[in-house]
Design a binder for this molecule. Structure first.
Ligand code: FAD
Ligand code: UDP
Length: 378
C-alpha cells in the first residue's frame, strides 16, 4: 500500500482515483457503511425516487478543469436549480432578484429604481466594508428584505448571532436586478444522469483502489488506525481536523442537520425541488421534494406518490455528523492552532470540508483534491 485515505467523500475519492491512475496502490477507509461521503444517494425503496441521504446536493462549477474531470465519470442532466421561499404564507422567488423585490414591495420597479431603493434602505452599511453576515446582508438588500428573508432563516440555520457569522456565508447567494432566478451563477450545472452513487462508484472502480467500509481511523482495534498508520505511509485525512488531534485546542463548532423523510400519497407535494421557510415560527429551514430534481425521469417515477424531506438544523455534538463549520472568530483562532499542529504531523495531508474546516462545495472539494495531488502528492 502506498497511500491511506481516511474518508471516501469527493475529496478522498479524487485523491484515490488520481493515485490509482498513476500506478499507486491505495486503501480508502470510511467509518460509514457506504462510500461517497455526504454526496451519497440511494433510491427510496417504495417509490424508486433517488434521495440524497445527507441533504440535497446540486452540482455546479465554473472551473473548467473540474468540469472536464467530473465528466469522465458521469454525464449531467440539464437541471437548473431554482429555490423559492415561503414568508408569512406567501411564496417568493430566490435568490433575491427583481421579482422578489417587486413582489415584496407590491411594485413594478425598474432595475435602476430597485437599486436606488435598496441603496437607500441599506443606510449606513456598505457591502465592501461588511464585517459580518448581518452587515453584509443589510448592505446587499436593505433592512426590510434582510429581515424578511435572511434574518430568521439564518437564525434557524446557524443559531448564532449574524453579527458573529462570517460575511462569506451570505456572499454565496447572488442578488440580481433582473428577473433571473437561477440559484447559481456558475457556467455549468446539472445532476449526475445515473445518480450520485453511480458517479462515486465509477471513481473508486480501479484495481489499485481498495475500499474498506465501517472502519474508523480512531478505532485502535482495526489495523489501519491512526497510531499504526501515521509515520508508516502517507495519510490523506478528510475527517474533522479537531477530532484528529483529540480536541487538544478545543472543539471547533459545527452544525448538523436532522432530515425527516416522508413518502406522501400525492403525485406532487410542492411543485418544485426546494422550498425554504423564512420565518421563525416554522421549525424547519426547508423542504426538499426529490422527484423534481429529475424531471427527465417522469416516466419512471410514480404519479401517485412522492418523497419529501424536512431539514432541521442544530449544533453538532461529538456524536453527530458535523456538516457545516460555523466559523466564529473563536473557531478561526482554533483552526489556526490546528493548522500549526498539522505541520508537525509527518506525511499527513488534511483535506476536504472537515479536514480543513471550510464550507466547500463539491466542485471545490474536487478542485482542491486535484491541486493537492498535483502539487504535494504526485
Ligand atoms: P465528506 O463528503 O463529508 O466525506 C468525508 C468522509 O470522511 C465521510 O464519508 C466520513 O464518514 C469519513 N470520515 C470522517 N471521519 C472518519 C474516521 N474517523 N474514520 C473513517 N472515515 C471517516 N455541495 C455542493 O456542491 N452542492 C450542494 O448542493 C451541496 N449541498 C450540501 C448539503 C449539505 C447538507 C451538506 C452537509 C453539504 C453539501 N454540499 C454541497 C457539500 C458537499 O457535501 C461537500 O463539498 C463534499 O461532500 C465534500 O466532500 P469531502 O470529501 O470533503 O467530505
Ligand atoms: N439564506 C437565507 N435565507 C434563505 C436562503 C439562504 O438567509 O432563504 C442564507 C443562510 O444564512 C444560509 C446562506 O444564506 O446559510 C447560504 O445559503 P445556501 O442555500 O447556499 O445554503 P446551503 O445550501 O449551503 O445550506
Amino acid at each position: 500500500m502506498d497511500l491511506l485515505i481516511v474518508g471516501s467523500g469527493f475529496f478522498g475519492l479524487t485523491i484515490a482515483e488520481r493515485a490509482a491512475a498513476s500506478g499507486r496502490k491505495v486503501v480508502v477507509i470510511d467509518r460509514r457503511p457506504h462510500i461517497g461521503g455526504n454526496a451519497y444517494s440511494e433510491d427510496e425503496p417504495e417509490t424508486g425516487i433517488e434521495v440524497h441521504r445527507y441533504g440535497a446536493h446540486l452540482f455546479h462549477t465554473s472551473n473548467p478543469t473540474v468540469w472536464k474531470y467530473v465528466n469522465r465519470f458521469t454525464t449531467f442532466t440539464d437541471y437548473v436549480h431554482r429555490v423559492y421561499t415561503n414568508h408569512r404564507g406567501v411564496v417568493f422567488p430566490l435568490p433575491i432578484n427583481l421579482g422578489t423585490i417587486n413582489q415584496f414591495f407590491q411594485a413594478a420597479y425598474t432595475p435602476d429604481q430597485a437599486r436606488a431603493l435598496v441603496h437607500e434602505l441599506a443606510g449606513e452599511f456598505d457591502a465592501k466594508d461588511a464585517a459580518n453576515l448581518e452587515e453584509k446582508g443589510i448592505a446587499l438588500i436593505g433592512r426590510p428584505l434582510y429581515e424578511a428573508f435572511i434574518r430568521d432563516y439564518t437564525a434557524k440555520q446557524w443559531q448564532t448571532s449574524p453579527t458573529e457569522l462570517p460575511a462569506e456565508i451570505i456572499s454565496r447567494l447572488p442578488v440580481r436586478y433582473t428577473y433571473d432566478n437561477r440559484y447559481f451563477n456558475d457556467t455549468w450545472e446539472g445532476l449526475p444522469t445515473d445518480g450520485y452513487t453511480a458517479w462515486i462508484e465509477r471513481m473508486a472502480d480501479h484495481s489499485n483502489i481498495e475500499v474498506k467500509l465501517d472502519v474508523d481511523f480512531f478505532d485502535d482495534s482495526q489495523p489501519l488506525n491512526k497510531a499504526a498508520a501515521v509515520g508508516q505511509l502517507p495519510v490523506v485525512y478528510t475527517g474533522p481536523v479537531d477530532r484528529y488531534f483529540d480536541y487538544a485546542e478545543g472543539a471547533l463548532s459545527w452544525r448538523t442537520i436532522d432530515l425527516e423523510q416522508e413518502v406522501l400519497p400525492v403525485g406532487d407535494f410542492q411543485g418544485t425541488s426546494v422550498m425554504n421557510y423564512a420565518d421563525a415560527d416554522i421549525p424547519y429551514t426547508r423542504i426538499h421534494e426529490f422527484r423534481h430534481f429529475h424531471p427527465e425521469r417522469a416516466d419512471r417515477y410514480p404519479t401517485d406518490s412522492t418523497v419529501i424531506m424536512r431539514e432541521f438544523s442544530r449544533f453538532a455534538t461529538h456524536e453527530d455528523e458535523p456538516y457545516y463549520p460555523v466559523n466564529t472568530p473563536e473557531d478561526r483562532n482554533g483552526l489556526l492552532a490546528y493548522r500549526e499542529l498539522g505541520k508537525g504531523e509527518k506525511d499527513v495531508y488534511f483535506g476536504g470540508r472537515l479536514g480543513t474546516y471550510q464550507y466547500l462545495d463539491m466542485h471545490m472539494a474536487i478542485g482542491s483534491a486535484l491541486s493537492m495531488w498535483n502539487n504535494q502528492l504526485a
